[in-house]
Design a protein around this ligand. Structure first.
Ligand code: S3P
Length: 184
């Protein structure tokens, strides 16, 4: 199944990149957090506070399994912690090409310092938490990835151009997407 799956830390731009790629490649976009919220009829924050993180991680694995039953090729953005479960790596591999949006702790902090939606960052020292989580997770992201894109200091157009170039180079998508209208 040749989906394009976006992984990476919170704030790396997976959701926005997913939307822009879906427009550019004319594919439906899915987001694991949104699918889980819809299924549970709760926000991610509510799921963390009522069901707990472990239950959420199981929901992420179930969500990947469900995505495998979708016939059409899609763009899939994922929650930042999804690759920390090794069993998810095999599911990601079955789903398609995995693109890792690599970001530094400083850049995450810059983007998320005022965030209230990420339960893991609602703590006394969110910058420290970002540094800690990111260093724990880097090897999982790298292991799961087919393509790595460094997003630090790059704008959306640069990131999209790099992703499409690499997807074309590995034969995951066909060329000829350069006519996209960037006016939005
Ligand atoms: C999480 C990232 C979030 C969301 C949840 C847990 C994480 O998604 O799945 O808050 O563990 O990194 P985003 O990466 O889209 O923020």
């Amino acid at each position: 199944m040749s989906n394009v799956i976006l992984i990476g830390f919170m704030g790396s731009g997976k959701t926005t990149v997913g939307l822009r790629l879906s427009y550019r490649l004319k594919r439906v976009v899915e987001d694991t957090d949104k699918l889980i919220e819809k299924k549970e009829n709760k926000s991610i924050s509510e799921i963390f506070s009522t069901n707990g993180e472990d239950a959420f991680r199981k929901m992420e694995t179930d969500c990947l399994r469900e995505l495998l039953s979708f016939k059409q090729e899609r763009i899939i953005s994922t929650g930042g912690g999804l690759p920390i479960r090794r069993e998810n790596h095999a599911l990601l591999r079955k789903l398609g090409t995995v693109v890792y949006l690599q970001i530094s702790p400083a850049c995450v902090w810059e983007r998320l310092k005022n965030d209230t939606q990420r339960p893991l960052l609602q703590c006394e020292n969110p910058l420290h938490k970002i540094q800690e989580l990111l260093s724990e997770r880097v090897s999982f992201y790298e292991e799961a990835a087919d393509i790595v894109i460094d997003v630090d200091g790059k704008n959306m157009e640069q990131v999209l151009a790099e992703i499409t170039e690499k997807l074309e180079a590995c034969g995951c998508i066909e060329g000829g997407t350069e006519n996209e209208d960037f006016s939005d």
